[in-house]
Design a protein around this ligand. Structure first.
Ligand SMILES: Cc1ncc(COP(=O)(O)O)c(C=O)c1O
Length: 342
């Protein structure tokens, strides 16, 4: 019953098999190998457009380096108040951008409202001593386990683009959002105004494979140099590419995400049944935020369940919102045991 996070899971077998399959002979270093080329082409097929793809080791690096490439002096990054890049990345976006400020925007269930972006744009105009908006970052799926529809993404980016902002998507759980919506990768990104995507694969079955997928290279000049200077240009790039090879083969990545989302949905249903407890926000991807009493938390932990306490938003005195994350490895038995204990 491990619901700590999807990055506690291992790597999927097809991903590990691909690593072994590609571990022979020598190949040019620093991404000039044929496999990296082939995988870049695969990204182009998936996104139905001519993207450039830059691997990084972590999602934090993908987020921070995307921001670095669109940084301007006195720039502001508009992001949700719960955005990972604001709350959980040790100030790396601020560090790599030479001090762009993150402007946290109010959210509903993790999603930024278009009005919040409009208000920030109206308030902080060119010449503002506080700073000037330079980028918008949306997290998909959000940190609250909800997703933005393509229309919602487009509405947010339209305001931002009118004002010259670069639009970034933190897609640490992109696959989970995608399968929930049944949208295409193109509809959810560049067709909805996204310039660059942090494409996460580590949480969904790879062991160290993230990528910056660039739809609009003019908006991110020198991104490749920022990545190299930050130490994220892999000399053995083909082993990151190999993970993506296994990940994409036969739409394995979508199957993994469906499995994780299915486990989360089963968990949410079980939690809600018979008034056991309630969920804090709609469950749309692979995360469940449940409002539990301290007694329930203690009981579950005593029986070996693992999860994090998240916040006290909307809680009564002895309640706490806990985060339960399902991964592609989560089994129905684990879920059912958790629910039975509850
Ligand atoms: C929404 C989101 N973005 C980015 C990251 C960063 O990924 P990494 O831990 O690989 O730096 C995480 C990791 O938990 C995340 O949940």
């Amino acid at each position: 019953m491990n619901f700590s996070s999807d990055n506690w899971a291992g790597a999927s077998q097809p991903v590990m098999d691909a690593l072994t399959r590609h571990n022979h002979g020598s190949a040019p270093a620093y991404g000039a190998d044929p496999l990296t080329d082939r995988i870049t082409q695969r990204f182009r097929d998936i996104f139905e457009t001519d993207v450039s793809v830059l691997f990084t080791a972590t999602g934090t690096a993908a987020n921070a380096l995307s921001m670095a490439a669109c940084a301007r002096p006195g720039g502001l990054v508009l992001a949700s108040e719960t955005a990972h890049l604001h709350c959980d990345e040790w100030g790396s976006a601020e560090f790599y951008t030479h001090g762009m400020k993150i402007l946290p925007l109010a959210t509903t269930a993790g999603r930024i409202a278009p009005d919040a972006v409009a208000e920030a744009l109206a308030k902080y105009r060119e010449g503002s001593r506080f700073g000037v908006p330079a980028a918008l970052s949306l997290t998909q799926a959000t940190e609250c386990g909800t997703v933005y529809s393509p229309g919602e993404v487009a509405a947010l980016t339209a305001r931002a683009r009118e004002n010259g902002l670069v639009c970034h998507m933190d897609g640490a759980r992109f696959a989970n959002a995608l399968v929930h919506l049944g949208a295409t990768p193109a509809e959810l990104t560049w067709k909805a105004g996204i310039d660059v995507l942090s494409f996460g694969a580590t949480k969904n079955g790879c062991w160290c494979a993230e990528a910056m997928v660039v739809f609009n290279p003019q908006s991110l000049p020198h991104l490749a140099i920022h990545r190299a200077r930050a130490g994220h240009l892999f000399s053995k790039s083909r082993f990151v590419a190999a993970q993506f090879d296994g990940y994409f083969e036969g739409d394995h990545w979508l199957d993994l995400a469906r499995s994780a989302n299915g486990a989360a949905a089963r968990l949410a249903e079980g939690i809600g049944q018979g008034g056991r407890a309630r969920v804090a926000w709609p469950v749309q991807a692979n995360e469940v935020f449940a409002v539990l009493t301290q007694a329930q938390i203690a009981k579950l932990r005593g029986e070996g369940a693992k999860f994090y306490e998240w916040s006290r938003e909307g809680c009564e005195d002895d309640e706490h919102v806990v985060r339960l994350v399902a991964s592609f490895e989560t089994t129905a038995e684990e879920v059912d045991r958790f629910v039975a204990l509850l």
